[in-house]
Design a protein around this ligand. Structure first.
Ligand code: CA
Ligand code: CA
Length: 413
């Protein structure tokens, strides 16, 4: 039955299986099974983070989503952390796992009675033959109650005449927790170092080897006495480089994709030449440490951004970058960091990572500079009307590149 075995192996989609049925209706040589596309038994082994008291992620929910068909299959991991999908069609899949630990189970596994959500994501798993071993998903995650960086619009935009415009950059911070979080006192900073092979002599930051800290250039702070700036669960704040409607402001860019006249905050870098304008409608962050640039300029090739809490920025170490004569950075220990984001120049720029892997295991990249693209954190799930954003401390999988920024939004740009 040469014809039917050929069909079984090569037919990959349901539309093609319909074709197979049609063909077989016309072909007398077709066997009884010619209209069945071959499926595979797939197992996913879900494990807890290495630092946890156990390994098997019992109860983890595993989603197998076809990237070719609008189909998601789900399974729950058994006591050994094994999730089974008995009939999987050949194709490309996103495999995602999640496990929410209540305080009691978190206490057993981590020693801390604090609810935690763990995630893992394999964004491109091609299944073309029966797997001989389970696919492994190692979960990671952080405590609930933390703010996360939701969107970083760093590539900036082109003017109608093709010039470059970067005053419309912004960072959005989102409350991913179940309770109100106060933004008062939060610090935001950009990681020191180049984003890639910008020119032939560009080398990665020599501070990469110090993996217990992230080294930052400029630091800004959200003002407040502690309870003045609440962010409700599922809500966010937008920090603009310039808090203006970039599209219609005389100092703006008619081709900019954003109106930031309603931003929560802006970075106003007061200086004698008045180069940075103070938008009257948007309050200013407090400038704590400023090193270079006429404003808080994020690298259009890709910035590292961290938000952190510290009792006193003046108490943080200031370090001279090795090999330089006057480039100073501030050392922020990983333990102070609330969330981190990293973008690099392109997919081949991993060697230039500036944010330690313990804070962010990956990076995103745009298709170029001044593209008006934006990097936005993915939605993991929605509880009621509240979006819970994916937070696996890995910008490669937590973020997606979108064609236009979506400040305070999640729609298709
Ligand atoms: Ca500004
Ligand atoms: Ca202002």
């Amino acid at each position: 039955m040469r014809t039917s075995s050929f069909l079984r192996v090569s037919l990959r989609t349901r539309s093609r299986s319909i074709l197979a049925i049609t063909l077989c209706g016309l072909m007398s040589a077709c066997g009884d099974n010619a209209n069945e596309v071959q499926t595979f038994s797939v197992e996913v082994q879900v494990t807890l983070p290495e630092t946890f008291a156990q390994s098997a992620a019992a109860g983890a929910r595993v989603l197998l989503t076809s990237t070719e068909r609008n189909v998601t299959d789900s399974a729950v991991a058994d006591a050994q952390g094994l999730a089974r999908f008995p009939r999987v069609l050949p194709g490309s899949y996103i495999i995602g796992s999640s496990l929410a630990l209540d305080p009691d189970r978190a206490l057993v596994l981590t020693g801390q009675r604090s609810a935690i959500t763990l995630n893992a994501l394999d964004p491109a798993r091609v299944i073309s033959a029966a797997p001989t071993t389970p696919f492994v998903q190692r979960l990671s995650g952080s405590r609930l109650g933390d703010l996360v960086i939701k969107e970083v619009y760093y590539p900036a935009s082109r003017t109608p005449s093709g010039g470059t415009y970067f005053s419309d950059q912004f960072v959005e911070i989102y409350n991913n927790a179940t309770d109100t979080v106060f933004a008062d006192g939060l610090f935001i900073a950009d990681a020191f170092g180049p984003a890639g092979q910008i020119n032939p002599t560009t080398v990665p930051t020599p501070l990469q080897s110090q993996t217990a800290s992230v080294f930052v250039s400029s630091i800004w702070q959200i003002p407040g006495t502690g309870r003045q700036h609440p962010i409700a669960p599922g809500q966010s704040i937008v920090i603009a480089q310039d808090g203006i409607n970039h599209r219609d402001d005389p100092n703006g860019n008619p081709a900019s994709p954003v109106n930031l006249g309603n931003a929560n905050w802006e970075t106003f870098n007061e200086r004698p030449d008045g180069r940075d304008l103070d938008s009257p409608s948007v309050p200013n962050l407090t400038r704590m440490v400023h090193r270079g640039g006429f404003d808080w300029l994020l690298a259009v090739f890709g910035p590292g951004v961290v938000i952190f809490r510290a009792p006193n920025v003046a108490a943080l170490d200031t370090t001279l970058v090795p090999g330089t004569t006057g480039t100073w950075v501030t050392r922020v220990p990983n333990t102070l960091v609330v969330d981190a984001f990293e973008a690099l120049q392109n997919g081949n720029s991993a060697a230039y990572k500036r944010v330690p892997a313990a804070l962010d295991a990956g990076f995103v990249f745009a298709t170029g500079t001044y593209t008006s693209e934006s990097a936005r954190r993915r939605v993991a799930t929605t509880i009621g009307t509240r979006r819970v954003l994916r937070d696996s401390n890995n910008s490669s999988t937590d973020f997606e590149l979108i064609a236009r920024p979506t400040p305070r939004g999640f729609g298709t740009p």
